[in-house]
Design a protein around this ligand. Structure first.
Ligand code: COA
Length: 419
């Protein structure tokens, strides 16, 4: 099978989620990704949230498949020397340490360029270079707050009305995906110029990039003083900042999460229902309200908006004897954009996702096989085979030998606890 990134050698100096998600993606598509980890400890996620004692946690295995693991103490001279050799022979170095850590280790961008002018250095940080918060260490939820997602997610009134974090890794994996695009762009650029370059993605920027429509809404609010698609319109007042909109549709189509049969006991017995403007007649037919098609109070989006929540309540009434699956099976015949609210359990066992490779079973030397999320990107000529994550230092001797170290030199490095 064609693996387009075959031949690209990546030093994966990443940890936790943002960096590993990036390099895992590149490994799936054929890059040789060598994960550099501290001897004895490794990536902190190896031991975080373990479900089996003394075995690499799923947190690690699900973000580090298809890689090799090299242990290296890069603060010791022997370790630094190995890293220097690796830099000379690799195409990309990816890191997501706290600000300044790589410099403190002695690997400034200037030094890396001296070692290998073709090197692409790819970094994730919480904030961009020169930002007033550039010195901060950042985790997922911090980034969601800094990038605008938290202030615009959640409820605008009631006890639970504060800023809300999304469960989706908007700060971590999302930043990693942005970085992967940056790396591939720099790689193609290098084919044209022969030179490497530094690629950086700040988690704040990557979150903000996904919150573009909320920035759009701020600009509209500044001009108009109201946002007609938000549930606050027209009965409540707007301040000068984009409010949280609950489950409202973010675009021009009103939408909401609606209860289905069984919601009292099943926390996910819901669907998302979208009211596309041009699909109003089929919606009326689907929910048994044909008279709404010609009623001036319902005929146009503008007429519907003041009582859109009442319309959703009527649809919910129609849904009360239908499971989320029944409902979608009816609504799909009317071409209405909708979907069940799937739980993680349902997704894990979903036949379609397993058939497409979006959920895959992966072997692991110590934990046996486990299910994980496969490539969300599908190609006509590449079906990524997801392999197990490496054990800590599993490939140390092999990588050192490839770099030209003799068995005696490798043994000495082990004795010095440099690997
Ligand atoms: N050998 C020797 N030392 C190593 C090493 C190795 N193989 N790998 C890492 N280290 C050292 C680093 O040099 C650093 O040392 P220093 O601080 O003395 O210079 C140290 O380990 C810790 O690095 P740091 O990244 O700051 O770890 P942390 O656990 O304190 O912080 C984060 C974790 C995620 C908050 C921080 O790395 C960060 O802000 N990263 C950037 C943003 C990011 O990616 N966040 C999302 C993570 S999902």
């Amino acid at each position: 099978m064609n693996k387009p990134l075959n031949g690209i050698k990546i030093i994966d100096f990443t940890h936790v989620q943002a960096g590993p998600a990036c390099t895992q993606l590149l490994a799936w598509f054929g890059a040789d990704v060598i994960k550099v980890e501290r001897p004895g400890a490794g990536d902190v996620t190896r031991s975080q949230l373990r479900d089996i004692p003394d075995v690499d946690a799923l947190y690690f295995t699900m973000l580090n498949s298809n890689k090799r693991s090299l242990t290296l103490d890069t603060k010791k001279p022997e370790g630094k020397a190995v890293l220097e050799k690796l830099i000379k022979e690799s195409d990309v170095l990816v890191e997501n340490f706290g600000p300044g850590a790589l410099d403190r280790m002695g690997f400034t961008w200037e030094r890396i360029q001296e070692l290998n002018p073709k090197m692409i250095l790819a970094s994730v940080k919480g904030f961009s270079d020169g930002h007033e918060y550039e010195d901060l260490k950042v985790y997922e939820n911090v980034a969601q707050c800094a990038g605008g997602a938290a202030s615009t997610t959640g409820w605008w009134k009631g006890e639970e009305s504060g800023p809300m974090i999304s469960a989706a890794a908007l700060g971590d994996s999302n930043t990693g995906m942005h970085l992967a695009i940056g790396i591939l762009t720099a790689y193609i650029g290098r084919q044209q110029t022969g030179k490497g370059q530094k690629v950086a993605v700040a988690m704040q920027d990557a979150v903000l990039n996904l919150c573009r429509v909320k920035m759009r809404d701020q600009l509209r609010l500044d001009k108009l003083g109201y946002l007609e698609e938000y549930p606050q319109y027209p009965h409540e007042s707007f301040s000068d900042v984009v409010p949280r909109g609950g489950n409202a549709g973010g675009g021009g189509q009103p939408g909401w999460i609606l209860k289905c049969k069984g919601w009292e006991t099943d926390p996910n017995a819901y669907i998302y229902f979208t009211v596309q403007g041009h699909a109003w007649p089929p919606i009326c037919d689907a929910i048994g309200k044909p008279e709404w098609k010609t009623d001036p109070l319902y005929m146009t989006p503008k007429a519907r908006q003041p009582h859109i929540m009442d319309i959703f309540a009527t649809i919910e009434d129609w849904l009360k004897d239908k499971t989320k699956f029944d409902a979608v099976n009816i609504l799909r015949k009317f071409d209405i954009p909708c979907a069940p609210v799937f739980s993680m359990k349902e997704l894990l066992n979903d036949k379609s996702l397993r058939a497409s490779g979006s959920i895959v079973e992966v072997p692991h030397k110590e934990r046996g096989s486990y299910w994980t999320v496969g490539s969300p990107i599908k190609f006509s000529d590449l079906k990524p085979i997801i392999t197990g994550s490496p054990l800590l230092g599993e490939n140390t001797d092999e990588v050192l030998a490839e770099l030209g170290y003799s068995s005696a030199e490798i043994a000495a490095m082990h004795d010095a606890k440099a690997v």
